[in-house]
Design a protein around this ligand. Sequence first.
Ligand SMILES: [Zn+2]
Length: 121
Amino acid sequence: MKPPRIITNSPLARVARQVLGSSSVAMVLGNTIHLSGATQEEFLRDPYWVAHEMCHIRQFREHGYLPFLWKYLVESARVGYYNNKYEAEARVAGQRDASLYARNGVLPDPATMHRGAGEPS
Ligand SMILES: [Zn+2]
């Protein structure tokens, strides 16, 4: 399983940022976190944000790339962004898992997150 990666100044994330009208956006596609309006350092410094996006990476892994993209878009069209069940799950994960990511500059594999990234295996 490949570790997640981060792309900064992502043109895709910039489009999402303009559509959402927000100052910074992270967008997950498969195993990659696309950032716009935030540096990698700023992103990694926010454990809630990291935990939220790591949940989306897990969702892509669990459902498969295209199936998840499709389910996510259908869900968003039906109930909107905020009530999208995949966003609700990621908001819960953001709160629940933030403590696992409260280490500067480290992006652990989501497969290890429930064991606790800093614990001996
Ligand atoms: Zn999200």
